[in-house]
Design a protein around this ligand. Structure first.
Ligand SMILES: Cc1cc2nc3c(=O)[nH]c(=O)nc-3n(C[C@H](O)[C@H](O)[C@H](O)COP(=O)(O)OP(=O)(O)OC[C@H]3O[C@@H](n4cnc5c(N)ncnc54)[C@H](O)[C@@H]3O)c2cc1C
Length: 389
C-alpha cells in the first residue's frame, strides 16, 4: 500500500490548483451572484484537458488514470462546485459512457469535441416522475422504419441548455422493465428537442440546470449507445464514475473549508487573541480535517480499484456518501468559525454550504448510496420494499 502521490500525480494536482486559483476563483463570486453559466470557463477547462482527463489520447483526452482525474476534480471543486459539475458531467457522465459503450463512429464524432470543450454534453436520466427509481422511466423510444422516435420529459439536467449532445435514456418496451431501456445520443438541435432553464436553486447557481422536452424526436439506429436493453447498464456504469467525480469534488470543498477557516481563525482576534487560540475553534477545524482526510482516503481507494479494473461499486458509494455528507458538515462548521462574516459572500464558506447541499441529492441520494452499500453487504435488495429481493 502506497500513501504517497507519485511526482507526476503531485504535478497534476499542483497545476490544477494553479489553474483553479488563476482562472476560476477570480470569477466565482460574480458568477454565483448572477447565476451565470460560464461557457468561457468551460472552454478554458477544455483547453487544458480537464473535460476529458480519463479519456484515451487517441480520442482527444489526456489518458489519465482515475487517481489523476480525481486530483484535478478535487482542485476544481475546491474553487467552485458549479465548474466542477461541468467537469464531472462532461468527463464521467457523457464522454466516459461514449468511450465505453460507443461505436468507433460515435467516438470519433463526439469525443474530440467534448474533450476540447468545443461541444458540451448532458446526461438525461431523471424525469419529473422518476428520480431515485431510475429503472422506471416514462420517456418512450418507438421503432420507426428509419430509426427511433423519442418522446418524454427530462428533469434537472445539468448543462441541458448548452449541450450539443444529450444522452437520453428511454424505454423501448415497458413490459421488459429495466431490460427494455436504451440510451440514445441525441443532437440537441434535433426537431422536437427543447430545453428550459430551471431557476431559483439554493446553490450551484452558476451551473446550468434544465428541464428537457422531447416531442417525437427522430434519431437513426446509429444513435443507439450500446444495444437496446443496455440502457440501464449504461446509466449505472456512468453513475459509478460520476459518483467518484462528485466525491473527489467534495474533498475539494472540505479542503476549501479547512483553508478558509485556518486563515480566518489565525487572523481574526477576539478577547485580545486570535480565534485559533480557543480550543472550541480548534475543535471545529480538527473535525473538518478529519472529515476531509477520511473522504480523500476513500476517494483514493475507489480510484485505485478503478485503475486496477476491479469491482468498486461498494467503495465508490462509500466514498460518495462520506465525501458529500462531509462537505455539507465542513461547510456548516466553516461558517461557524467565521461567525457573522461566514453568512455573507465576502468569504467562500456560505457558497460552499449552498453548493455542497446538492451533492447528497444528485447522482443518487445519500439514502440510495446506503441502499446500494446495504444490498452489496447483505445480498438483500431493500430498494424495492414490496417485491421479492
Ligand atoms: C442541481 C441538480 C442537477 C442535477 N443534474 C442531473 C443530471 O445532469 N442528469 C440527471 O439525470 N439527473 C440530474 N439531477 C437529478 C438528481 O439525480 C435527482 O434529483 C436525484 O436522483 C433524486 O431524485 P428525485 O429528485 O426525483 O428525488 P426522489 O427520488 O423523489 O427522492 C425523494 C426522497 O426520497 C428518498 N427515497 C427515494 N426512494 C427511496 C428508497 N427506495 N428508499 C429510501 N429513500 C428513498 C430519497 O433519498 C429522497 O430523500 C440533478 C438534480 C439537481 C438538483
Amino acid at each position: 500500500m502506497e500513501f504517497q502521490l507519485s511526482d507526476e500525480q503531485r504535478l497534476i494536482a499542483e497545476s490544477a490548483r494553479e489553474f483553479a486559483d488563476r482562472e476560476i476563483l477570480p470569477r466565482v463570486r460574480e458568477n454565483d451572484r448572477a447565476a451565470r453559466f460560464d461557457r468561457e470557463l468551460a472552454s478554458k477547462m477544455g483547453e487544458v484537458g480537464y473535460l476529458g482527463a480519463p479519456v484515451a489520447e487517441e480520442y482527444g483526452g489526456r489518458g489519465l488514470d482515475y487517481i489523476g482525474y480525481g486530483l484535478i476534480v478535487e482542485q476544481i471543486g475546491r474553487a467552485d462546485s458549479s465548474a466542477r459539475t461541468v467537469v464531472s458531467v462532461q468527463s464521467s457522465l457523457v464522454a466516459g459512457p461514449i468511450e465505453r459503450w460507443g461505436s468507433e463512429e460515435q467516438k470519433r464524432e463526439w469525443l474530440p469535441r467534448l474533450c476540447s470543450g468545443e461541444a458540451l454534453g448532458c446526461f438525461g436520466l431523471t424525469e419529473p416522475d422518476t428520480g431515485s427509481d431510475a429503472a422506471n422511466l416514462r420517456t418512450r423510444a418507438t421503432k420507426t422504419d428509419s430509426g427511433w422516435s423519442i418522446s418524454g420529459q427530462k428533469m434537472w439536467i445539468s448543462m441541458g441548455n448548452y449541450a450539443e449532445v444529450a444522452l437520453i435514456f428511454a424505454q423501448t418496451d415497458p413490459a421488459k422493465k429495466h431490460r427494455g431501456l436504451a440510451c440514445f445520443l441525441v443532437p440537441t438541435a434535433s426537431e422536437g428537442f427543447t430545453a428550459q432553464e430551471i431557476h431559483g436553486k439554493l446553490g450551484l447557481r452558476s451551473s446550468d440546470t434544465a428541464e428537457i422536452s422531447l416531442d417525437e424526436v427522430e434519431v437513426p439506429d446509429e444513435a443507439l449507445l450500446g444495444e437496446v436493453g443496455d440502457g440501464f447498464k449504461v446509466a449505472m456504469s456512468a453513475l459509478d464514475n460520476g459518483r467518484y467525480s462528485v466525491a473527489a469534488g467534495c474533498v475539494g470543498v472540505c479542503e476549501g473549508c479547512v483553508e478558509a477557516s485556518v486563515a480566518y481563525a489565525t487572523e481574526r482576534q477576539q478577547f485580545g487573541v486570535p480565534l485559533a487560540r480557543f480550543q472550541l475553534v480548534q475543535e471545529m477545524i480538527a473535525d473538518m480535517i478529519l472529515k476531509r482526510d477520511a473522504s480523500r482516503m476513500l476517494v483514493f481507494r475507489a480510484g485505485a480499484l478503478k485503475d486496477e479494473g476491479k469491482p468498486n461499486t461498494m467503495e465508490t458509494s462509500v466514498a460518495k456518501l462520506h465525501a458529500t455528507e462531509s462537505a455539507v458538515e465542513c461547510a456548516n462548521l466553516a461558517i461557524q468559525v467565521h461567525g457573522g462574516s461566514g453568512y455573507v459572500d465576502d468569504y467562500p464558506v456560505e457558497r460552499y454550504l449552498r453548493d455542497a447541499r446538492v451533492t447528497t441529492l444528485y447522482e443518487g441520494t445519500s439514502q440510495i448510496q446506503k441502499l446500494i452499500i446495504g444490498r452489496l453487504a447483505t445480498g438483500v435488495n431493500a430498494m424495492l420494499p414490496f417485491e421479492e429481493a
